[in-house]
Design a protein around this ligand. Structure first.
Ligand code: ADP
Ligand code: MG
Ligand code: MG
Length: 336
């Protein structure tokens, strides 16, 4: 595939990641996804076996501009303090956090089976436009909420959105996020170049929302056609926007507006949310996840296996495939 996933080049020790109070409260399981990044793992709360997701943030990798002061005076990564203050159905929730000498350990809710939109797209989902609109409008709602709080995410892309079997999506990864202000322009870009707008790639300063709209436009394009619209930086700046397949006039018009090279003429968040294509009716109950993407039983129906709290002998007995305790025992690298 020509859509590379971001990779972490930092090699990290599992022992150091989990050390401290975190490890007293949570048991750490396998790494999530394909294992390209070394720092997001499944975990469960020892007290009640609640399954969750732990992100290990290496302190030395947090840039100077990405720290904030917690109410108690401690310095915490902005990624963590932002997520702690946010409350929105389309933004992942943090349920706990800890730190040791080297790491912050951020415990998040587990949403669905742990599939992000990168993997969803890799599976070539059979999406019609109403369902596509339903998925994408939730990203719009999250961004609208963030901008109302003067927060810019700055790394909106398929990998940073997770989806469950009801097509409910949540935005994750606030590691590039920041506060914007009316009279300050940014000059450094922190996200992913494939999702970066032409004017910012060309070296111009940016206010924020217009950059976010471009990356949302790339995300919508990729969800629609499963390929990137532009091949490289030069193409993003100069190249025409082409459509590999026929889509509705409304969707084509919206994509052209979101991916308008002139930031001043580009669609805004209020315009996006008011757009007819975004507001079309969707009979979401008529779609079954396993009909849209090929998936295994636990992805189609995670609640059957992971009913929030595991291990109750009275709940439907989980198959060993999905039993985190069985997984932990069978992993030789896992600390005892
Ligand atoms: P990074 O900053 O290294 O990109 P992310 O926060 O984006 O880290 O997490 C990396 C990947 O881990 C995501 O692309 C997603 O696949 C998975 N992931 C992260 N948080 C969650 C979560 N709460 N639920 C499910 N999967 C998650
Ligand atoms: Mg990410
Ligand atoms: Mg990140």
């Amino acid at each position: 595939s020509s859509r590379p996933r971001s990779m972490s080049l930092v090699s990290q020790s599992g022992e150091e990641q989990i050390a401290g109070e975190y490890n007293k409260n949570y048991a750490t399981l396998k790494q999530i996804g394909k294992g390209a990044y070394g720092c997001v793992k499944m975990a469960y709360r020892r007290a009640d076996r609640l399954l969750c997701v732990a992100k290990f943030i290496l302190k030395e990798k947090v840039g100077a501009a990405f720290w904030s002061d917690a109410p108690d005076g401690r310095r915490v990564p902005l990624e963590l303090s932002l997520l702690l203050m946010l409350n929105h159905p389309n933004i992942v929730r943090v349920i706990d956090w800890f730190e040791n000498d080297k790491y912050f350990q951020m415990v998040m809710e587990k949403h669905g089976a742990g599939m992000d939109l990168f993997e969803f797209i890799e599976r070539r989902p059979r999406l019609d436009e109403p369902l596509l609109s339903y998925i994408f409008r939730q990203i719009g709602q999250a961004v609208e909420y963030l901008h109302s709080l003067s927060i810019l995410h700055r790394d909106i892309k398929d990998e940073n959105v997770i989806i469950d079997n009801k097509f409910h999506v949540k935005l994750i990864d606030f590691g590039s996020a920041t506060f914007m202000s009316r009279d300050t322009l940014f000059s450094t870009f922190y996200g992913t170049t494939e999702y970066c707008s032409p004017e910012v790639l060309a070296g111009n300063k940016y206010a924020g929302p217009e950059l976010e709209m471009w990356s949302m436009g790339i995300t919508l394009y990729v969800l629609t056609f499963f390929v990137n619209p532009f091949s490289d930086i030069e193409d993003t700046i100069q190249g025409p926007l082409t459509f590999p397949q026929v889509v509705s006039e409304e969707l084509e018009q919206l994509l052209r507006w979101m991916l308008c090279k002139d930031p001043l003429a580009r669609c805004t968040v209020p315009q996006l949310m008011a757009h007819a294509w975004m507001r079309q009716p969707v009979a979401i109950d008529h779609y079954a996840f396993q009909d849209v993407v090929d998936c295994d039983r636990h992805e189609a129906n995670p609640e059957m296996y992971f009913s929030g709290s595991l291990g109750s002998p009275r709940s439907a007995s989980p198959v060993s495939l999905a039993d985190p305790l069985a997984k932990e025992r069978s992993l030789p690298s896992e600390p005892v």
